[in-house]
Design a protein around this ligand. Structure first.
Ligand SMILES: Cc1ncc(COP(=O)(O)O)c(C=O)c1O
Length: 285
């Protein structure tokens, strides 16, 4: 058995996991979540993920009832069920259930769900070849909006759907004024005139844990990543383009809307950044 869940601290095979239909996460997406992973069995950047979970919760007027220490204990207990291989971990805290109705104060006790499963398998070719992306304009996207990682992921899901229908791996999203925001489940970086850039957080992007770590490790390869507004033409004309997320780490985008980016293969800076990031992650484990 490889997939396990923990519901409010009770561990069971994923196939046996059940959540009541009145759970507000199910009814309204009224929940916050984190996607984590292990390297050599150790949860990567746990403190940063738990801090973001708390901050996402406070942005939806939900004060986490569970402490970081208790969450760490539940995660450790669940991972004991999967001692032999690295895990994908999903941590969800829903506002819970209570009397039926939309008002959040109807909820009583928050529900904590953890899932541990095998990491999606990707061979080295994924990073060596890079991925294709499409661009999408989202007129509703407003700059300056603080982004929480909540169970309401429909906009992201629909962006990814468009990418997949076009045979691409990711959708790079732009706001109404033509500024780059983020991918459906990733942050975006580009190389322009030899310098690295990523949209600043006020673009309304998720403060990705990988994004922040890449900003920190970039200096080990002699680069600094500037956070600033990124206009569309910078993306189209990028010497290198890349996306980042916990599971994909950092991977090159080699075409956008079927047009080649840079030389159409992962560039030297992206490969060096990925290597430095990977070394950092393995060093932490
Ligand atoms: C919208 C969005 N942006 C960025 C990311 C990357 O975040 P992280 O590096 O913390 O995985 C994700 C990950 O799921 C995401 O959903």
């Amino acid at each position: 058995m490889s997939d396990w869940v923990s519901i409010d601290g009770e561990i069971m095979p994923a196939s046996a996991g059940r959540v009541p239909i009145y759970d507000r996460g199910f009814l309204y997406g009224d929940s916050v979540f984190e996607t984590l992973r292990t390297y050599s069995g150790k949860v990567h950047a746990m403190g940063r993920h738990l801090a973001r979970l708390r901050s996402s919760a406070s942005r939806i007027a939900m004060e986490l009832q569970i402490s970081e220490g208790e969450l760490e204990e539940q995660i450790a207990a669940l991972l004991k069920m999967r001692p032999d291989e690295d895990s994908y971990l999903r941590l969800i805290v829903s506002r819970g259930d209570g009397e039926f109705g939309l008002a959040p104060d109807l909820a009583t006790t928050q529900r904590v769900v953890l899932m541990a499963r095998p990491l999606p398998q990707r061979d080295e070719g994924f990073w060596r070849q890079g991925v294709a992306a499409i661009s999408l304009t989202e007129p509703g996207h407003r700059r300056g909006e603080a982004v929480a990682k909540t169970g309401n992921y429909l906009t992201n899901l629909l962006a990814l759907d468009q990418a997949r229908r076009a045979g691409a791996h990711e959708a790079l999203r732009f706001d109404a004024s033509g500024q780059l925001t983020e991918g459906s489940t990733s942050n975006v970086f580009l190389l322009r005139n030899g310098r690295l850039y990523t949209p600043d957080l006020s673009a309304g992007v998720l403060p990705g844990i990988t994004r922040q770590l890449l900003i920190e490790v970039a200096n080990t390869i002699g680069h600094e990543i500037s956070e600033c507004p990124v206009p569309r033409n910078w993306v189209v004309e990028a010497e290198e383009l890349m996306i980042s997320s916990t599971l994909r780490e950092c991977v090159a985008v080699v075409s956008l809307d079927k047009k080649t980016i840079g030389e159409g293969r992962p560039g030297a800076v992206c490969l060096a950044l990925h290597a430095a990031y990977k070394e950092h992650c393995l060093g932490q484990s």
